[in-house]
Design a protein around this ligand. Structure first.
Ligand code: NAD
Length: 333
């Protein structure tokens, strides 16, 4: 395993992080026994960063991860979130101080622990900047004082609200998703310089663009326009000609970014974990990368509307789905 510094926190994190949203059945039902095996094996292989949220599987992912980590909690750095609890706005969101305190207590119970290492505000583009600054961040700092969390962070999709917060607030980590991978590299110009300058740890989540960059393809709820999926199917055929799997190319691309502390990929299956581990330290096939980038060029940097209109990055397209199908996928048990 390779380790990198997590900004100025003093923590050393595995470059491959374990995204636990699939444990909450966000990509379809999973076998909990296989989920447990994947977590055990990941820890055995040196993965020490686990990211979850009350939102994933509407608490199911936290419940499962809490069980799977029994006896292993002190081996890992555990990150969860506050602020997002459902799909639809406004009922699925609450960034108030009161809800934040309640949510952390609930997460601690589900995760069977008495502290969170990294406590993050989930999807800041759904919040008004003033509420985050006046209520949510002070609540996180209070929780830090109380020892319920060690460091604080922000997460989201749109880069402009993340940038504004990174520039004005003292935060330790910034998680961006779907904005630095084979399909979208807009993070590089718009946010990387800020995190570098501020010493904030960058966590690059969804290196597979929420499963678009795999042979299985996107889940039905994926918000990207169809032309993105079509272009990726062409890229998959090119990879196959080179006896390469597009997921591996995508992982190698994300892992080679020098500013990123953690590449956070969602996993619930040992075979995916093993594939992803193989990509650490693996030199990327530059010729294939160029071919794939050329095919994906017409759909490069397409990002969709998410959150409050005041927070949208300029040029965002309408979502393909409103995410409602995602609700039906969550099957507990
Ligand atoms: P992802 O791009 O990591 O894709 C995950 C999907 O790809 C899952 O279905 C998984 O089974 C599959 N997969 C994983 N490895 C594979 C492989 N080698 N070959 C084929 N398929 C493979 O998307 P994600 O899970 O949404 O993102 C990663 C993690 O980042 C999440 O689990 C979550 O912890 C975090 N995240 C956070 C936010 C936020 O805070 N706002 C948003 C998105 C993601």
């Amino acid at each position: 395993m390779q380790f990198r510094k997590l900004g100025r926190t003093g923590l050393k994190v595995s470059v491959l992080g374990f995204g636990a949203s699939p444990l909450g059945a966000e990509f379809g039902p999973i076998d909990p026994y296989e989920g447990q095996k994947t977590v055990d094996e990941a820890i055995g292989e040196g993965i020490n960063y686990f990211d979850v949220a009350p939102y994933y599987g509407r608490t199911l992912a936290e419940e499962r991860l809490g069980k799977f980590l029994k006896g292993k909690r002190n081996k890992i750095i555990l990150a969860t979130k506050v602020g997002r609890y459902g799909i639809n706005y406004p009922e699925g969101f609450d960034y108030s101080a009161g809800k934040t305190y309640q949510s952390v207590d609930d997460s601690l119970k589900r995760l069977q622990t008495d502290y969170i290492d990294i406590l993050q505000i989930h999807d800041v583009e759904y919040a008004h900047y003033n509420q985050l600054v006046d209520e949510t961040i002070p609540a996180l700092l209070q929780l830090k004082e109380q020892g319920k969390c060690r460091f604080i962070g922000i997460t989201g999709y749109h880069l402009s609200p993340l940038k504004k917060l990174a520039e004005s607030q003292k935060i330790d980590t910034l998680l961006s998703y779907c904005r630095y991978n084979l399909l979208d590299q807009s993070l590089e110009e718009r946010l990387t310089p800020t995190v570098k300058e501020k010493g904030i740890a960058l966590i690059n989540a969804s290196p597979l663009h929420m499963r678009v960059l795999t042979e299985k393809g996107a889940p039905s709820w994926h918000p990207a326009p169809d032309k993105v999926f079509k272009a990726v199917r062409k890229a998959i055929r090119i990879c196959q000609k080179h006896h390469q799997n597009i997921a591996n190319l995508a992982m190698q691309f994300a892992l080679s970014h020098p500013v990123t502390s953690i590449v956070l990929v969602g996993m619930s299956k040992t075979r995916h974990l093993r594939e992803n581990l193989k990509n650490i330290g693996q030199a990327i096939d530059q010729e294939l990368l160029q071919e794939v980038m050329t095919i994906l060029e017409p759909v490069k940097n397409i990002y969709w509307e998410e959150g409050l209109p005041e927070n949208h990055d300029q040029g965002a397209v309408k979502k393909r789905t409103m995410g409602l199908e995602r609700e039906h996928k969550i099957k507990r048990g």
